[in-house]
Ligand binder design. Structure first.
Ligand code: DX5
Ligand code: ZN
Length: 217
């Protein structure tokens, strides 16, 4: 099975966002990855609802929204209205993760849970069957263009094992520092979805880059 590719809008040209949205629309990419940062959970602020409104208007693929914010529960309904198809919250930001995951599903979205590089996979064992997507952070969240953390391979292997042991249908998404070299080993380790920002947007041929990442064999 080829990887699903979710280009990260964080690396797009915000002075001409429509052109980058159109590029993703006509590419072989599967989702739009939308990084929302609040300056508290992570040391950076990205964008919020006005940008999502523009995305919703023009994007022809599912919006995969990655919330790097504290108190994500306060905004679940608003993100649904803003067009989110997958809503991912951080394990580290949710005291009552079970409640949050079910609130996301109740609003008709797929529920994602992101884990930071220091958070072990086994902490998800009692909730894995409730989660649609686990987003494994392969950099510390907050910025695009960072170096891939090699230990991610072990985490993806362990997560795949956990999913199989629990007969869960959860998909594995990897986010941060994905490139033309690590796409294939990540796919072999068990990744289903790859987020890529810098690699796609700095490529001289973005459509070809997406095509390669999707089927790196
Ligand atoms: C980092 C974000 C990532 C980022 C990925 O906090 O969650 O989605 O945009 O960008 P690259 O692929 O450039 O590391
Ligand atoms: Zn992200």
């Amino acid at each position: 099975m080829p990887l699903m590719i979710a280009p990260s809008i964080l690396s797009a040209d915000f002075s001409n966002l429509k052109a980058d949205i159109d590029m993703i629309n006509k590419s072989e990419a599967d989702w739009f990855h939308v990084d929302v940062m609040d300056g508290t959970f992570v040391p950076n602020i990205s964008f919020g609802f006005p940008v999502m409104k523009a995305l919703k208007e023009h994007a022809k693929k599912l919006l995969d929204v990655h919330l790097m914010i504290v108190n994500p529960d306060h905004y679940i309904e608003e993100f649904k209205k803003a067009g989110a198809g997958v809503l991912t919250v951080h394990y580290e930001a949710c005291t009552h993760l079970h409640r949050t995951v079910h609130a996301i599903k109740h609003h008709g979205m797929k529920a994602g849970v992101a884990i930071n590089p220091h958070t072990p996979v086994h902490l998800l064992s009692d909730i894995i069957r409730d989660i649609d997507v686990v987003l494994v952070m392969s950099v510390n969240p907050g910025f695009g263009g960072q170096k891939f953390i090699q230990h991610t391979f072990d985490k993806v292997l362990k997560l795949k094992q956990l999913i199989i042991e629990n007969s869960a249908k959860t998909k594995i998404e990897v986010d941060g520092g994905a490139d033309l070299d690590n796409a294939l080993p990540l796919m072999r380790a068990g990744a289903d979805i790859l987020v890529a920002g810098n690699t796609i947007f700095s490529s001289p041929n973005r459509l070809e880059c997406i095509k390669f990442l999707k089927d790196p064999l």
